[in-house]
Design a protein around this ligand. Structure first.
Ligand SMILES: Nc1ncnc2c1ncn2[C@@H]1O[C@H](COP(=O)(O)OP(=O)(O)OP(=O)(O)O)[C@@H](O)[C@H]1O
Ligand SMILES: [Mg+2]
Length: 266
């Protein structure tokens, strides 16, 4: 469950979320220009441009193999693009490592969870909270408790990570990313396989992140979950962005329907 959003968290309505999203109008926190990425002869990102503000919530959809995870990895610094430039908070970070980008406020989750299997859930999140910085120990512990609580994982804090099932591993990805105190989180398919109730709880968790002013990029195949959180939707196909804008309009877009159905809508 993604329950456990404590009652003490500030509860605001969607109007406030929208206001947070626009508190820095026109100010791109993360942007990528003319990104190309190939694996051997396979072109996976083909001249992709992307930009978003710090409080925005952007959903990314697209068929399998469209290049969504690769885009996230290039933005996060897991590997460099073949060409193109990435800016984070006004700085060219194209040559910087993922760890350095994380210190500047960019955190990600992995589609295939990558916990430290021999460590407990608490320890996994603590490593993220204290990552490479002289973070005060009390503050690190506070961040761990906060992240585990928000992600509904406090009750498994002492479990060894490699004993967790897939859903809990995905929650742990989210908790670890959150513990780095990010300004922007890149989320890769954290909602797959959830029941309706669990999906609602996940949506509430992501809304709480937005209330805190954290920007969200969220790749998900379950579009109805995305539409509850994203105020902008991007559809990728074959390494390109084929639609970008109002979520409902993007889902009606002829090219998007064709990408999913393999033919034009009737
Ligand atoms: N490290 C890699 N080496 C070689 N090919 C890769 C590598 N990573 C991804 N690919 C290929 O690049 C293409 C895009 O992969 P990517 O994982 O970005 O797609 P995706 O849109 O996230 O798909 P999905 O919805 O299935 O997660 C696929 O054809 C994939 O097989
Ligand atoms: Mg993927």
């Amino acid at each position: 469950m993604f329950r456990s959003v404590p009652n003490s968290f500030p509860i605001t309505d969607d109007t406030t979320v929208q206001q947070i999203a626009r508190q820095r109008p026109g100010d791109d926190f993360l942007s990528a220009k003319a990104i190309h990425k190939s694996f051997g002869a396979l072109v996976v990102l083909d001249n992709v441009d992307f930009a978003m503000g710090v409080g925005d919530a952007v959903g990314i959809v697209g068929p399998n193999g469209a290049g969504k995870t690769t885009l996230l990895s290039v933005l996060a610094g897991a590997f460099p693009p073949n060409s193109g430039t990435i800016f984070l908070d006004g700085r060219n970070v194209t040559a910087l490592t993922a760890a350095d980008r994380c210190k500047s406020g960019l955190a990600r989750t992995h589609q295939v969870p990558k916990p430290f299997g021999g460590m407990t859930v608490f320890e996994n999140v603590y490593v993220a909270a204290a990552h490479g910085e002289l973070v005060n120990r009390d503050e690190s512990y506070g961040r761990v408790i906060d992240s585990l609580t928000l992600c509904g994982m406090l009750y498994v804090a002492n479990r060894q990570a490699d004993t967790l099932g897939l859903l809990d591993r995905k929650r742990l990805e989210l908790a670890r990313a959150l513990a780095t105190k990010p300004k922007l989180m890149l989320l890769d398919e954290i909602g797959g396989g959830l029941t309706d109730g669990e999906a609602s709880e996940l949506v509430e968790t992501i809304r709480e992140l937005r209330r805190r002013g954290i920007g969200i990029v969220w790749i998900e195949h379950i579009v109805h979950i995305l539409l509850q959180v994203a105020d902008r939707l991007i559809c990728m196909d074959a390494g390109r962005i084929i639609a970008d804008g109002d979520p409902k309009a993007v889902m009606r877009d002829e090219q998007v329907v064709k990408a999913y159905l393999g033919r034009s809508p009737a």
